[in-house]
Design a protein around this ligand. Structure first.
Ligand code: HH2
Length: 263
């Protein structure tokens, strides 16, 4: 899944694709590079981000969804809002990428796929002091499986669960979740994950470089690739990434090894 944020303030590509023509050109490039799905978002959910109005989110996303889906590409809409999901599906999106895991009933009504992501709290405050009463992996897994079960009972067929790396989690929580992706896969649900360029990777890159300052966003690709390969080896079905070409090369190379290792 290639990321297309039609926002002025996303942590990595904010401001780059706010112009619809540039957004559509970037979508086309990601598909050419090997993305199966283009994930269009009109609201940054980075830590501390302020919510945008519905009108603004619709204005940013719907024309881009229509153009990308109209060109024959599979589009997901990255939103927490039922109105935006419905308008995007009307414009051709076929998956709701839902960081609030609350739109299962909307996916059922619209007859589209649904990615249920775990988020502890709200973007504006979720990183202030994230805590889990139980083990973070158990808590996230049980929550997502319950969401998936409810959505399936409500009529959604096409479901992924996503641990929500960076959404109300410390670096240690994120590492714990990525190192236990196999536990999510073992639930039998299809698993999606997004680590691409996130701040935890800035911390891990700094540790590898033996510096204290988190690595800036453009320097986080190496660890993004390493984690995505790890996720694929653990059986993750869908990877949400900014750098599609680099991921395709890394994942195809790693797949050769996996196939050989598994006979
Ligand atoms: N992460 C972000 C947004 N949407 N969706 C899923 N399923 N999984 C994720 O991990 C995920 C997501 C945040 O990243 P990004 O869209 O690059 O930045 P921003 O929220 O600043 O727009």
């Amino acid at each position: 899944m290639g990321i297309l944020n039609v926002t002025p303030d996303s942590f990595s590509d904010g401001g780059r694709f706010i112009d619809p023509d540039r957004a559509v050109a970037h979508a086309r490039r990601m598909v050419d590079e090997g993305a199966d799905i283009v994930d269009v978002g009109g609201e940054s959910t980075r830590p501390g981000a302020a919510p945008v109005s519905l009108d603004e989110e619709l204005r940013r996303t719907v024309p881009v969804v229509a153009a990308v889906a109209g060109a024959g590409h599979r589009v997901s809409i990255d939103t927490r809002h039922a109105e935006v999901a419905a308008a995007a599906v009307d414009a051709g999106a076929s998956i709701i990428n839902d960081v609030s895991a609350s739109l299962g009933h909307v996916a059922a009504e619209l007859g589209v796929g649904w990615i249920a992501m775990h988020m502890a709290g709200e973007p504006a405050t979720m990183q202030s002091d994230p805590r889990y009463d139980r083990d973070v992996v158990d808590e996230v897994r049980d929550y997502l499986v319950a969401r998936a079960d409810a959505a399936r009972a409500g009529g959604v067929d096409d479901i992924w669960i996503d641990p929500g790396i960076g959404f109300g989690k410390t670096v240690d929580h994120n590492v714990e979740l990525v190192s236990n992706l196999a536990e999510l896969v073992a639930t039998g649900e299809r698993v999606a994950v997004g680590v691409s360029r996130k701040s935890t990777l800035g911390a891990l890159t700094a540790a590898a470089d033996r510096t204290d300052d988190p690595a800036p966003v453009p320097d986080r690709l190496d660890v993004s690739l390493a984690m995505s390969v790890w996720a694929m080896a653990d059986g993750v079905d869908l990877l949400r990434v900014h750098d599609v070409a680099a991921h395709v090369v890394a994942l195809q190379g790693a797949e050769e090894i996996l196939v050989a290792a598994r006979g």
